[in-house]
Every structure is written in structure tokens, then in C-alpha cells.
Design a protein around this ligand. Structure first.
Ligand code: NAP
Length: 490
């Protein structure tokens, strides 16, 4: 069985404790790798290496840093199919989606590399003569990155690539359910020529390794994607050291379907948004808010379409829905189905763990007669479960859409421009799609949410650079005399 080591100071090393943990294929329960488990000493070594590497890396001109990222992008492209297959085995998502995940990493690598010739600041006139004003971007320093399992290479690339181009040095801890794709990403960057110490990878439990990253005083910023619970804890802990924190957390994303919508198009979007990635996307469509006039027909068509979905091993080309990530996630989904039934929602399709399969499979599940305050309409389930909620009109639909604590993605299907613009203006979310599902972010646009989905930062797009840089304001006075702003204004 292949062993995967830690990457510290440019070397692949065993964990100091010698301990390892298992990486399991969720579709077959086969062991696919033994992963070294870092401890406090390993995290300390990784942080020290990153600190030592910072001066040289941050002084390397950004276009030269970019060359390494361009090389890595090309290597990711060359290895796309192999990495996609590995991802389906490690995480379970169907092969087509795994290819999309790797493609997102390729896109981000190219995009971030291009930023190496921008990293833009601004210039602006001074209120005084013979004085020049501008801003420049500086790296933050040693930065900690902590990622979830549902996008095993895309989310790591969303953080690693912009953080590197900006000149930071990194400690990276991937999710324990999917470390291998992150390890492959690090190997590619190493092979592309990244100097030792610039990117350090420590695998191991969130509660120990993750927590040590959050508490290490040499780390100046933490970029985290994961659950609300962990995000809240990190924000509180990091505040003690005045660390910069970026949080991308959960979602309870609505699709509104109005009475003038193209219903077949809406069904396509609902099926893709609710059951794609087995519902395990932060942007998954877990609520459908349907106008009462079309709800019965929408429900009938949705059930018909969902029944045709084939659940199974994502490596088989005809599989539509893969496994869920692990047993605790499987049990959590089953628990929420029970909660929904007890709350009085009507289960019209699915609702069961699929037993004859060896892995962690759950039936695509539809609830109707769901009221907006039920727990299944409020809490993130992170599985193939969608709740249909009735709305009277557009205002009622938007009110229901906004009645949750999250605010990540949202969507409306309507032929009416007024409805579309109301949704754009009034839905409380970081992302709104018109006549498209809640999923499908492109890497050159800002990504993130409001309310409990995050703390206001955005990843990807030009905002990715903001996340990983500090702005310095520069006043350059070449008048040769003392000039006083606000005072010498006559
Ligand atoms: P999670 O349990 O919060 O774990 C995320 C990461 O944090 C993992 O690497 C985990 O390590 C680590 N971690 C756990 N406890 C920690 C602690 N006390 N200190 C530091 N790190 C800790 O979330 P998940 O179950 O992996 O991911 C699913 C969640 O992510 C969902 O809520 C989903 O909506 C959200 N998500 C959000 C976005 C977005 O951009 N908004 C994107 C994708 C996913 P271990 O794996 O070792 O436990």
C-alpha cells in the first residue's frame, strides 16, 4: 500500500510520531493509501521552514514566481485524466465532475500565474504639489490554508495558487478524507520548480494539526473553507492573535421557480443543483421555492426525472450520483430524513441508505409540503436531499429564500425581467444565477457568501489577490520642503 508523507522544507518526510491514517474509497470501502499523521513538532517544523523561505520568495519578482505556476498549470493539464480518476476513487464524485474539479485547478493556476504581471495597486493625485500617491501590494507572510474534502483539488488550488503568486509562504492542511489530491498538487508544484520551504504540507486531524495552525503565532493569516461550526471556532481563536481570517462556509441555497418559468429548464437546474456531487457542494440547491400554481407539475416532473438517476461508483460512465464521503455523513443524511418526516414534511422519493452496495450510498431524496421554518429547510444537510416549499408570489419567494442563516448561492427561473431583477437586488446571497442552477462558479469571478456563510472575504477573481495581500499606501514627496496635508491647502 502506498504511503504518503508530509512535505516540509522541500523534502517528503515521515511524521515525527510515525503514525498514519487510512484513506478509503467511499464507493468500495477499499483502502487507497496510508497517510502520515503530522503532530505538533511537524507543524512547528513546517512553519519554521515557511518563515525561513519568506524573504527569498517574497523578493522574487512576481513574473518569475508566475513561471512556476504556468509550468504547474501545464503539468496539471497533462495529468488531468489520471488525477480525475484518482479523485473519483478518493472522494467519490462521478468522473465527469472530477474532470471539472481538476479543470478548475488548471484554470486557477493559469489565472493566478497571469496575476504575476498585474498584482495591481492604484495611483491617485495628491492634494499637494510635487507629491505622488500610490498603493502597492505586499504579501502577508506565512499563511495557513485549511481545506474541505468536497473539491479535493479545486479548493486547494483556489488558495495555494493566488497565495503563492502574491509572495506568501504556506502551511497547507487538506481534509483528512481527501489528502491524496492535495499531495499530488504539491508534488506538481515541487516538480515545477517551487523552492523548498515555500509550500509545506501537513496532513492530519483538524482538531490537532488544524488547531495548531490556527494557534501558531508565526502564521499571520488563515484561509479556511469548511463548516460553519469549525469556521466560527477558527475566527474566535485567530482573533486573539489578530490574525487575518478568510472564511468560506456552508450554504442552504434556494432555487426559486416562478409560474412563468420554463419548467423543463428549471427541472434540469434542480436535478443538477440538488443531486450533482451527491448534494455535497456548498452551493448545492437544497431548497426549491416554487410558485403555488406550478408546484404540482414541477413536483411530478422532478420525481420522474430523479427516478432516472443512476447511483453507483463514479468511475462507471453511466453513473449520475456517486457515494457520500463517509459513514458519519451517511448517518447525518439519514438523521435529517427522519427529522423531516417527524416535522410533518412529505417524503415523496428516496429517503434511504442504499444497502446492497458496499460503499456509502444514499437515495436521491425529495420532500414536499416543507415549511420554511422546518429544520430540513434551515440546516445544511450536505447530501442528495431537496425540499420543495410553496410560495405565493415573487416577494413571498424572496422572503422565504432569505429566511435562513446562510447566504452563499441562489437562483431564479422566470421569464420576467422584473422578477429576475428583484431577485438580484433582494436575495441575501453572494451569488445569484438567473435561469441557471445554484452551482457552476467560474474562477475569474469573486466567490463567497454573506451572513453565516463567511466573514465578507471573497475567493477567486481579482478578490483572490486581495485575500492574500496587504495594501501599503505610499506618499512620495519630491518637493524638497515640508508639506502638510489638510493644512497647506491654499
Ligand atoms: P469541516 O469539518 O469544517 O472541515 C474542513 C477542514 O477543517 C478539514 O481540513 C478539517 O480537518 C479541518 N478542521 C476540522 N476541525 C478543525 C479545527 N478545530 N481547527 C482547524 N481545522 C479544523 O468541514 P468539511 O466537512 O470538511 O466540509 C464541508 C463543509 O464545507 C460544508 O459545510 C460546506 O458547505 C463547506 N464548504 C464551503 C465552501 C465555500 O466556499 N463556501 C466550499 C466547499 C465546502 P479534518 O478533515 O482532518 O477533520
Amino acid at each position: 500500500m502506498q504511503e504518503y508523507k508530509l512535505f516540509i522544507n522541500g523534502e517528503w518526510v515521515e511524521s515525527s510520531s510515525g503514525e498514519m491514517f487510512d484513506d478509503i474509497n467511499p464507493a468500495t470501502l477499499e483502502l487507497i493509501g496510508k497517510i502520515h499523521k503530522a503532530n505538533e513538532e511537524d507543524v512547528k517544523n513546517a512553519v519554521d521552514a515557511a518563515e525561513d523561505a519568506f524573504d527569498t520568495w517574497s523578493s522574487t519578482p512576481a513574473p518569475r514566481r508566475a513561471k512556476i505556476l504556468f509550468r504547474a498549470a501545464r503539468m496539471l493539464e497533462d495529468r488531468k485524466e489520471e488525477l480525475s480518476r484518482l479523485m473519483t476513487m478518493e472522494m467519490g464524485k462521478v468522473l465527469k465532475e472530477a474532470r471539472g474539479d481538476v479543470q478548475e485547478a488548471i484554470d486557477m493556476a493559469y489565472y493566478a500565474a497571469g496575476e504575476g504581471r498585474r498584482l495591481l495597486g492604484e495611483t491617485t493625485p495628491s492634494e499637494l504639489a510635487d507629491k505622488f500617491c500610490m498603493t502597492v501590494r505586499r504579501p502577508i507572510g506565512v499563511v495557513g490554508l485549511i481545506t474541505p474534502w468536497n473539491f479535493p483539488i479545486a479548493i486547494p488550488a483556489w488558495k495555494v495558487m493566488p497565495a503563492l503568486i502574491a509572495g506568501n509562504t504556506l502551511i497547507f492542511k487538506p481534509a483528512s478524507d481527501t489528502p491524496i489530491l492535495s499531495i499530488e498538487l504539491v508534488k506538481i508544484l515541487q516538480e515545477a520548480g517551487l523552492p523548498g520551504g515555500v509550500l509545506n504540507l501537513v496532513t492530519g486531524e483538524g482538531k490537532t494539526v488544524g488547531s495548531q495552525i490556527v494557534h501558531n503565532r508565526k502564521i499571520r493569516a488563515v484561509s479556511f473553507t469548511g463548516s460553519l461550526e469549525t469556521g466560527k471556532w477558527i475566527l474566535g481563536e485567530a482573533a486573539r492573535d489578530m490574525k487575518k481570517v478568510s472564511l468560506e462556509l456552508g450554504g442552504k441555497n434556494p432555487i426559486i421557480v416562478m409560474d412563468d418559468a420554463d419548467l423543463d429548464l428549471a427541472i434540469d437546474g434542480i436535478v443538477w443543483g440538488a443531486f450533482g456531487t451527491t448534494g455535497q457542494r456548498c452551493t448545492a440547491a437544497s431548497r426549491v421555492i416554487a410558485h403555488y400554481k406550478i408546484l404540482p407539475e414541477l413536483l411530478k416532473k422532478l420525481i420522474e426525472r430523479t427516478k432516472k438517476l443512476k447511483t453507483g461508483n463514479g468511475l462507471l460512465e453511466n453513473t449520475d450520483v456517486g457515494p457520500v464521503i463517509n459513514n458519519s455523513q451517511l448517518q447525518k443524511i439519514a438523521k435529517y430524513v427522519d427529522i423531516g418526516k417527524k416535522e410533518g414534511a412529505k417524503l415523496v422519493l428516496g429517503g434511504n441508505i442504499i444497502k446492497p452496495l458496499p460503499g456509502y450510498f444514499f437515495e436521491p431524496t425529495i420532500f414536499t409540503d416543507v415549511s420554511p421554518d422546518m429544520r430540513i429547510a434551515q440546516e445544511e444537510i450536505f447530501g442528495p436531499v431537496v425540499s420543495l416549499i410553496k410560495a405565493q408570489d415573487i416577494d413571498d419567494a424572496i422572503h422565504i429564500a432569505n429566511s435562513v442563516e446562510y447566504g452563499l448561492s441562489s437562483s431564479i427561473y422566470s421569464a420576467n425581467l422584473k422578477n429576475a431583477f428583484k431577485a438580484i437586488e433582494k436575495i441575501e446571497a453572494g451569488i445569484t444565477y438567473i435561469n441557471a442552477s445554484t452551482i457552476g462558479a467560474e474562477i475569474h469571478l469573486p466567490f463567497g457568501g454573506i451572513k453565516s456563510t463567511g466573514n465578507g472575504t471573497r475567493e477567486a477573481g481579482t478578490t483572490a489577490i486581495e485575500e492574500f495581500t496587504e495594501l501599503k499606501t505610499v506618499y512620495f514627496d519630491y518637493s524638497g520642503k515640508l508639506q502638510k496635508a489638510q493644512i497647506d491647502i491654499e
